[in-house]
Ligand binder design. Structure first.
Ligand code: NDP
Ligand code: N5H
Length: 257
């Protein structure tokens, strides 16, 4: 069984720049011969995404807008993919958002609006996207999302995002159960901390990384490439028996007390 994804098409959601985990996944899938379709949220990063995609030198790659807070945008995005490509074989969902002021201090200071915003973008969107993507995964498929340890345990400052990730991880299991009968698998990668645009502005990110280097079983921090390679496994037939799973790609940090 090979890891070649030649002849397969995947939708990559959540590239903001070259540091994005989504871009690490894209590079791994591209190297395995996959055709890629990229979606971005707002015009803010449209040019950045288009510039990055051009570096792949693959003229079959598509770049489409898809703000996951808008049902009509999800619908039109997947309608365009259906029209231009027909069948897809997987989706990488690498999307999360919470208001900055709700990612510090006490969790309970989150307000209703901030709670719903974080859950809307970071958790509900997986279900909305899975439903739309199912219609195009007529040959079976694989959906992969990104989560973090703060969804399982209390991690300082992760706050409302931890609660949203708990919802995302439960969604992975319910979606895996719904979609298994169509030959579609749904899994999450729980990644260790990686310096990306989202992580920017997080107070003390350096000390979080230092703690991983000192204590994680592998004594090093997680890279985009490591997450990309595990995603490649989850998108390939090598993982054909795996669904509803949360795989930690975090140098083993999650096993520590
Ligand atoms: P990035 O900042 O590179 O990516 C976050 C992405 O979320 C951006 O591309 C952004 O799109 C997208 N996004 C936000 N709002 C919306 C929206 N309404 N519709 C569509 N897309 C939206 O950060 P990461 O690569 O770090 O994050 C990717 C995933 O990995 C997230 O789920 C994150 O929680 C998870 N993760 C990250 C870890 C880390 O340490 N970095 C650790 C564990 C998990 P746009 O730029 O177009 O606004
Ligand atoms: C325990 C930690 C550190 C504290 C919490 C960090 C949480 C980060 C996740 C969310 C997604 C970050 C976020 O929404 C930032 C936005 O408020 C502001 N940033 C933006 O708007 C930028 C421009 C865009 C591109 O970002 C998004 N998301 O759209 C967790 C860390 C150790 C690990 C980590 C960083 C986890 C994670 O989930 O990303």
């Amino acid at each position: 069984m090979q890891l070649s994804l030649q002849g397969k098409t995947y939708v990559i959601m959540g590239v903001a720049n070259k540091r994005s985990i989504a871009w690490g996944i894209a590079r791994a899938l591209h190297a395995a011969g996959a055709r890629l379709i990229f979606t971005y949220a707002g015009e803010r990063f449209e040019n950045e995404v288009k510039k990055l995609v051009a570096t792949l030198e693959d003229d079959t790659a598509l770049v489409l807008p898809c703000d996951v807070t808008k049902d009509e945008e999800i619908a039109s995005c997947f309608a365009q993919i259906k029209e231009k490509v027909g069948v897809i074989h997987g989706v990488a969902h690498c999307i999360a958002f919470a208001n900055k002021e709700h990612l510090e201090g006490e969790y309970m200071n989150v307000d209703r609006e901030g709670f719903l915003l974080a859950h809307n973008i970071s958790a509900y969107s997986l279900t909305a996207v899975a439903k739309a993507a199912k219609e195009l995964m007529t040959e079976g498929g694989s959906i992969v999302t990104l989560t973090y340890l703060g969804g399982e345990r209390v991690v300082q400052n992760y706050n409302v995002m931890g609660v949203a990730k708990a919802s995302l991880e439960a969604s992975v299991k319910y979606l895996a159960n719904d979609l298994g009968k169509y030959g579609i698998r749904v899994n999450a990668i729980s990644a260790g901390p990686i310096r990306t645009l989202s992580a920017k502005g997080v107070g003390d990110f350096n000390s979080i990384l230092k703690e991983i280097e000192e204590r994680a079983p592998l004594r090093r921090t997680t890279t985009q490439e490591e997450v990309g390679d595990t995603a490649l496994f989850l998108f390939s037939d090598l993982s054909r028996g795996v669904t509803g799973e949360i795989i930690h790609v975090d140098s083993g940090y999650h096993i520590l007390a």
